[in-house]
Design a protein around this ligand. Structure first.
Ligand code: DC
Length: 229
């Protein structure tokens, strides 16, 4: 029986990947890595510098300055790891709609992806990791023992994200949330560099009508099988 496996959790924007990946990591006592937070960290840095906006992205400024962007995860509460950008806790800021609106454009840049994929592999190279994102099973950890492809109906995803943003005090409409989700899904799945794909060996988990607890149960059964094989 294997001791610890690598678990890749990929899927559409706001489909509950992070909720599942975090819960799995907690239950299994694995490391959890939110790879989307890393893309959001780079996007926030570029946004603050004026290198990215809704209409324009200055790829070369972003690429030339990748080495000035230090990204770290630090635990601020048990079971919670916040993203730090050059020493500043930016966990709240990276979730804002202003960052969501530009992050997919930043994530299309090949050099950004290479830089972050190298960091992601270092974070997970000793195994016992649950990482969520878009290219974890296809690019970051193609040999992961368990690959989950999470999906849910777009209206359900928009409603969940809307409620999450509202509970954080963000002033946003459900239409704006849904339109952002659809736009990101389109960009993430059609970009040239490592687009979101469902690999042949991934298990599809549609959680449209599952509670977080139920989806965790399904995933834990799959983990058990993989640990035995
Ligand atoms: O998971 P998220 O919504 O926080 O991700 C933010 C964006 O980052 C998403 O629109 C696409 C991009 N991303 C990516 O391209 N590859 C990853 N492994 C993770 C995220």
């Amino acid at each position: 029986m294997k001791e610890k496996i690598t678990i890749a959790v990929d899927g559409w924007s706001s489909c509950g990947k992070s909720t599942l990946a975090k819960a799995l990591a907690k239950k299994l006592e694995y490391i959890y890595v939110d790879s989307g937070a890393m893309y959001r960290g780079v996007a926030l840095f570029a946004l603050r510098k004026g290198w990215v906006s809704a209409s324009h992205t200055d790829n070369s400024m972003i690429i030339d300055n990748l080495n000035s962007i230090q990204l770290d995860f630090e635990s601020t509460k048990p079971g919670k790891a916040d993203l730090f950008l050059n020493g500043e806790n930016v966990e709240k800021e990276i979730r804002k709609i202003e960052v969501s609106n530009v992050v997919s454009a930043v994530a299309t840049i090949k050099e950004v992806r290479k830089h972050l994929v190298d960091l992601q592999r270092k974070l997970g190279d000793s195994g016992g990791v649950v990482m969520d994102g878009r290219d974890i099973g296809s690019v970051v950890f193609p040999d992961a023992e368990l690959k989950l492809f999470v999906t849910a109906d777009v209206d359900i995803r928009a409603q969940r994200r809307f409620e999450e943003l509202k509970s954080k005090g963000e002033d946003v409409s459900i239409e704006a949330v849904k339109s952002n989700l659809k736009q990101r899904d389109e960009m993430d799945s059609t970009r040239k560099e490592s687009p979101l794909i469902q690999t042949d060996d991934a298990v599809v988990l549609d959680n449209s009508h599952l509670s977080p607890g139920q989806q965790l149960e399904v995933a834990l059964e799959l983990v058990k099988e993989r640990l035995k094989s």
